[in-house]
Design a protein around this ligand. Structure first.
Ligand code: DPX
Ligand code: MG
Length: 560
């Protein structure tokens, strides 16, 4: 077979394990899309717009380890950048491929459509450089293999997005055949001497602690070190608390799981155990204003060891060029048991609160929604929680072994969850995908439900209609937090059109929600959107406490 730039790219995407790529067509990428279609191991999946295309690829990367999105120049390429920024912040390798103007026009200095009507055609690439770990513009078949490999290798190694721009007149130009996949998977191993030094110093640090605790952060997954974190936890026997953005990255059915740690809105006994500890191993953590509850819960100081994907720091030590997984499993073989925090956690953990079933015909409440959704979660469920009170509702759920949780907590761009749930469901068709989404967030990217209809994906969406931006109400209220109501359940008819199997239902009581869930479980022909109508002020108490602290942090006057 003779390869072209497009088919070379397709082969590389397939070799790194992708079975799908997401796309929106435009004249600068049509030939490229034809070339990608020729690869029968790679299916092309279409989105309604480029922002959604980016989020879909991001959701797919959460399910499959990496994702790819193909868009047209500038109008598509700029639109997708919010999602690419999200992939950067969330450590997900999304390969963004953009078609580009004909290389002859570029050379001749002509004005081109879809551009700023200036002669500068480099701005997409320049913007992409800020939001990716590698950005390349391909204008010759001779260099294409090396440029494509460089971008993909960098994305996989750094768990960050990459940008590949391909001029429209060369996408089908013949080029060299791809070699073994190792060329793009290749990763420098940990430096052995540094690794041994880091492990020895960390073991000594731990030997001096009586009450250590592990704090799990979201970079644990991107570092591919979930299993090794369990090894270390089991070797120490201590309590393991998990940050909200890392929920499910350490199994919640593990006997050492000691809840979600989130400062003053932590799970019962998690914060008390955390504060009581005398040594914290922060593993893949990200501390920002949200995760530290407006800087009120910021670990640090002499009792803290930070282990990041390629770096370990504590008490005058700073080791880099090592992999987190090697560090964790090496340390697991060196430490002595230190079970005090686990013993303490069990001692102070209150008996679980049993949520009472609401009266079947009483007005639906947030608590009743949480109670009913909780009952739906099984080992094969992935729960996706949108920014808003859905964060708090999702974080409160107890996950059985095998259940997964997805949240976009660092980037926090509302509208993420609809296309991300679509992309996730495309990548993990064997899993039950459940999304919790607020009304305000849904309005940003609602149209992607139509792609779930198109591909008959039985995603269940709980759309919480509280008539506004409730999380913003708690942080700082004003008329801008009120939104136009929609007939959300009615939308499904629009998306179904003449051939869809989606189901749109509205629940205003516990009984109606129960019936809607039964209908959703019976619907294998497409998504089910359940509009849950609740009072505007019905939100989780944790949101109120957290919102107050974040508002205080936002309101600090300029220093000096
Ligand atoms: C905004 C947020 O309805 O959820 O539970 O009612 O809060 P709740 P909704 O989906 O409303 C979301 C709303 C407006 N954040 O409360 S979290 C600001 C914001 C953002 N991302 C983007 N624009 C604005 N986070 C893209
Ligand atoms: Mg809302």
């Amino acid at each position: 077979m003779t390869y072209t730039i497009g088919s070379y790219l397709a082969e590389r995407l397939s070799q790194i394990g992708l079975k799908h790529h997401f796309a929106v067509a435009g004249d600068f990428n049509l030939v490229l899309l034809d070339e990608l279609l020729k690869n029968k191991k790679l299916e092309q999946v279409y989105c309604c717009n480029e922002l959604n295309c980016g989020y879909s690829a991001e959701g797919y990367a959460r399910a499959c380890g990496a994702g790819a999105a193909v868009v047209t120049f500038s109008v598509g390429g700029l639109s997708i950048m919010n999602a690419i920024g999200g992939a950067y912040a969330e450590n997900l390798p999304v390969i963004l491929v953009s078609g580009a103007p004909n290389s002859n026009d570029r050379a001749a200095g002509r004005l081109i459509h879809h551009t700023l009507a200036t002669h500068d055609l480099s701005y997409s690439l320049e913007i992409a450089k800020k939001l990716t770990c590698a950005a390349v513009a391909i204008s010759s078949a001779a260099d294409a293999p090396e440029q494509i490999d460089e971008a993909i290798r960098c994305a996989l190694r750094e768990r960050k997005p990459a940008y590949i721009e391909i001029a429209c007149n060369i996408a089908s130009a013949p080029c060299a055949a791809p070699g073994p996949v190792n060329a793009v998977l290749g990763e420098e191993p940990s430096d052995p001497a540094t690794l041994q030094a880091a492990i020895a110093a960390a073991a000594e640090f731990l030997a001096g602690k009586q009450k250590p605790i592990l704090l799990i952060g979201s970079k644990l997954r991107s570092a591919g070190a979930e299993r090794q974190a369990i090894e270390l936890a089991e070797a120490l026997g201590c309590a393991v608390v998990v940050m909200p953005a890392a929920k499910s990255f350490f199994p919640e059915d593990h006997p050492q799981f000691a809840g979600i740690y989130w400062g003053q809105v932590s799970a019962p006994a998690s914060r008390e155990t955390f504060d009581w500890s005398d040594g914290v191993l922060c593993i893949g953590t990200i501390f920002n204003d949200y995760s530290t509850v407006g800087w009120t819960a910021m670990p640090g100081g002499a009792g803290t060891l930070t282990a990041d994907p390629h770096r370990v720091q504590f008490q005058g030590h700073d080791f880099s060029c090592i992999h987190l997984r090697d560090f964790l499993s090496g340390l697991a073989r060196k430490v002595q048991r230190r079970t005090a925090t686990m013993v303490e956690y069990r001692r102070i953990l209150p008996a679980p609160r049993v949520e009472r079933t609401a009266a079947p015909d009483a007005q639906l409440t947030r608590t009743e929604i949480v109670r009913q959704v909780q009952a739906l979660i099984t080992a094969d469920t992935t729960l996706i929680a949108e920014t808003g009170d859905s964060w708090f509702n999702g974080i409160a759920m107890k996950l059985p072994g095998g259940a997964r949780f997805e949240i976009e907590m660092q980037w926090g761009s509302i509208g993420w969850s609809v296309p991300a749930a679509f992309g996730y469901a495309v990548g993990a068709s064997h899993r039950k995908v459940i999304a919790l989404i607020g009304d305000g967030s849904f309005q940003l990217t609602a149209q992607e439900v139509a792609q779930m209809v198109r591909r008959k994906l039985p995603v269940i969406i709980f759309l919480i209609n509280n008539r506004g931006y409730t999380i913003e109400v708690e942080i700082h209220d004003g008329p801008y937090n009120n939104i136009k109501n929609w007939d959300y359940a009615g939308l499904m008819q629009v998306f179904n059109a003449e051939d869809g199997g989606g189901l749109g239902l509205r629940a205003g009581t516990g009984r109606e929600l129960d019936e809607a869930i039964r209908a959703a479980l019976a619907n294998a022909e497409g998504p089910t959107l359940i509009e849950c109508v609740i009072d505007r002020d019905d939100c989780s108490p944790e949101l109120i406490s957290w919102g107050r602290q974040v508002a205080t942090a936002n309101a600090r006057l300029p220093a000096g």
